[in-house]
Design a protein around this ligand. Sequence first.
Ligand code: SME
Length: 159
Amino acid sequence: MSYTTRPSSLDDLPAQAQALVAGESNRIANLANIAALVFHALDDVNWVGFYLKDSARNELVLGPFQGKPACIRIPWGRGVCGTAAATAEIQRIADVHAFEGHIACDPDSRSELVIPLLDHGDVVGVFDLDSPKPGRFSEQDARVLAAVAAVLDTRTETV
Ligand code: SME
């Protein structure tokens, strides 16, 4: 497959993600490629990437991403990402300004979708997408991007 071709539809993303990670066990490489795939496939996103669990400090720490430089550490339970990590539930936020505790890394971000990344049921990080458009992420987007994250769930080998 070509890594530069835009998927013909959103629904193609999980299969494209699967193809990208097939045969590679390095977590950083896989997360970096998935961030790039999704960032370039979606319209109206300004940040797509990962935060990973730092168990020693009870925090999330910045992982591979596409977009502007971002906040490096997020306390477990804080902000949209920390909430997704602490609850293991997808956070689909239409207006980040209305989310108490939202952490504004890029002031352009207006809506956000965060999907917990699981390893055998334990949260090991989050997949975070930001948009400058309020209400950018639909339920369908959340379903498809959760399927992309699920591709990684079984591929969390240590680096
Ligand atoms: N807005 C996030 C922080 C991460 S950035 O969006 C890249 C939050 O509230 O957790």
